[in-house]
Design a protein around this ligand. Structure first.
Ligand code: FAD
Length: 279
């Protein structure tokens, strides 16, 4: 059972609990990206098991009235076992998503996996007519070239700042530089990308920049934030007419995810401490 302290960031241990959470969040106009927690499997069995869990989840979402989609991690569905295992599982999930009209996102993990992840995204996006979306990271020096390459690939692109600690040779380390690149890539996406732009950030500056760019280029877009982070803002933006998606993780592997979130910012850590000591 997930303790109340962690349930701010995690939607439950089971898909049923995650779908209940989705129902509640949808009432505020916020849509939900469901992510089954799991990563870095080095054997085929758990990768195939999580892929199978996504197939079931997609059927459940497709059969419901919920505003929800899914997001998978490459290392959860086999990239550490072999590129072909990842590709097979991803394409099965994308096919199921297309059958049930449920959108499929893919997170981006460490830089060793970028090439294969983008190749498989492109293949699935063309095969399933834009029913898939890919996360790209502003902190990687290669991202400008990747966006040029992806500009005519249908689907959606989620721009994030990047959560992985990469080598300085291939990544920007200074926060100000990452922010500068984020704004530059956001403009590129609004100007050039054939699909839909998703702003994966809690940063008010990036969210305002997206709003301005959307007006300038007369484009639709969406904002994506994590469950438990700026929840009020998620509801407010949605009430003002912005399409907001909340990324909601669930599953029994919740502890390390919760630990990462709680350590990330002082206020989250204080929240965790207060819950433990009861103040
Ligand atoms: P930051 O640069 O961390 O902060 C900027 C400002 O945002 C802060 O000054 C504050 O005003 C506001 N803010 C940020 N956090 C909080 C908070 N907890 N409470 C209140 N205000 C806050 N990374 C990957 O590498 N791969 C992925 O696939 C991936 N997927 C993601 C999906 C989603 C939906 C989101 C939201 C993030 C994802 N990330 C992913 C993480 C991302 O790369 C960043 O590490 C993370 O979002 C922090 O950057 P930021 O843009 O939110 O803001």
């Amino acid at each position: 059972m997930i303790p109340p302290i962690a349930s701010r960031f995690v939607a439950g241990e089971t898909s049923a609990a995650a779908l209940d959470h989705t129902r509640k969040v949808n009432k505020d106009g916020v849509k939900v990206i469901l992510n089954l927690l799991g990563e870095h499997y080095h054997e085929r069995a758990p990768a195939d098991a999580d892929a199978a869990a996504y197939l079931e989840l997609i059927e459940d979402v497709g059969d419901s009235e919920l505003d929800a989609c899914v997001s998978v991690k490459p290392s959860q569905i086999g990239i550490d076992v072999g590129d072909e295992v990842f590709r097979e599982n991803y394409l099965r999930i994308a096919e199921k998503g297309a059958e049930h009209d449920v959108f499929v996102w893919c997170d981006m993990e460490d830089a060793d996996t970028t090439d294969v992840t983008l190749d498989v995204f492109e293949e699935a996006a063309r095969e399933y007519d834009g029913g898939v979306g890919q996360c790209v990271q502003a902190n990687l020096k290669r991202t400008g070239d990747d966006l040029e390459r992806l500009a005519d690939v249908p689907g959606k692109i989620r721009l994030v700042k990047g959560a992985y600690d990469e080598d300085p040779e291939i990544s920007y380390k200074q926060k100000s530089k990452v922010n500068e690149k984020y704004e530059e890539y956001l403009e590129f996406l609004f100007e050039e990308y054939v699909g839909r732009v998703a702003v994966g950030s809690h940063d008010p500056k990036m969210i305002s920049a997206a709003e301005e760019l959307a007006n300038e280029y007369d484009r639709d877009y969406e904002v994506q934030m994590l469950m438990g982070v700026r929840d009020d803002t998620q509801r407010e933006l949605s009430a003002e007419g912005t399409e907001v998606w909340q990324y909601a993780p669930y599953g029994d592997k919740w502890f390390s995810y919760f630990y990462r979130r709680a350590r990330e910012r002082k206020e989250n850590a204080l929240f965790a401490l207060r819950a433990i000591v009861g103040i």
